[in-house]
Design a binder for this molecule. Sequence first.
Ligand code: SF4
Length: 467
Amino acid sequence: MSGRRPVVYPDTTAPLRDRTREALADDSLAANLRAAGASWGTARARISAENPFAQMRDRAREIRRGDIGDLPELLDRLEERVRAAGGVVTRAADADAACRYITDLAAARGATLVAKSKSMATEEIKLNEAIEESGLRVVETDLGEWILQLAGQHPSHIVAPAVHLNKEQVRQVLMAESGWELPTDREALVAHARTRLREVFASADIGISGVNFGVAETGTICVVENEGNARLVTALPRIHVAVMGMERVVRDWDEAAHILQILPMAAIGDDAAGYVNLITGPRAPGEADGPEELHLVILDGGRSALLGTDLEEALDCIRCGACLYSCPMWRSVGGQAYGSPYSGPIGSVLTPLLEGMEGERSSELPFMSSLCGSCHDACPVGIPLHDLLVRVRARVTTTAHRRDRARFRLWSRAWSSPGAYRLSVAAARIGLRLVGRRGWARRLPGPGAEWTSQRDLPTRWPPTPPR
Ligand code: SF4
């Protein structure tokens, strides 16, 4: 175990400005993100060239707009069909209700070990923390998620949760967990993870998965994955709990087929996902495989408040992660700096909408975008993310924004009078001459300090070339 270097992780409780600075200074993070972004970009360009992607996207947008427009009715139908197939459905108004249902169920069934497959909804409700607080053991079985669980981190990408880590950093985490010296090749590390996780699949009492889509027509739950772990999590334990954001419903199999086709194209630049698990009810009498109980937890968590508003299109998201890879901001700092389970452009829209407009994350994340529109171009369901970001910005209020508003109101009032305008310009000119040297102010006091911390200010017009 000699020669081990500690892996340093960003402190997600630090202010956003500090987290982004730290991320920007991390050369290995930059290299990891560059490699991931380039690989996604190449695959996505190839698959887009080989398929009528623009038409497919128009159809996907039409599907999602229609489904969200009929959401209450589709949810009722899904619930009815899941029950008819032998499943149990519960609607959870918020994270607490969802976690309580699952931990109460685990206690009632005498469970001790929970195996999980990747699910952003469970990240959102902090289900792992709730399960551990209730005294049970929970183990993530998606390789990336397991590594992050061991490292005490949240996902940095919707589809590739540990994309910010390289092979050596992953090796360090796995060695710290096992206490063994591990080889450096990728296959050996994956084989090690497989051996450790196999014990969990074999002995878990409850398997928890997310839901990519619930098909209202038949009450079928679709779980898309690339590793096969979700298949084991949903089939081996005697109880399967599926946690679904309430917007993740499609009307019928015609729609489901289209979304299942475009999702891997957008997410990984491939024409099919590794595994598509279609689950209709628990194990029926006479069937050899499957859980004895299936519970579907449908999470609201602030989503229903978006219906009928000018932010409703955020609910169209199929969680492909393409907008993250396409975003220059995410590619520069990675998802960890966002401090939210949802990062990138969709995270900057969703976090304030789901958590409320007050608070550090909600008030700052919508401003973490250059509004270049690349996220909209990448989105397979055509969500106008740059427009949504502007609308969310308009709703966010913070002390700093209130202060800015007061300043601008004062400024506007002063410059509405010609006398006050002339007086303020003359005072500014004198002030700048006093602090400036050779035609440039390099360090202004008070509110001007923010400006000169990034750039110099000319004190004369036209400015002299800086030396
Ligand atoms: S907003 Fe669009 S691109 Fe981003 S994760 Fe959702 S579906 Fe994918």
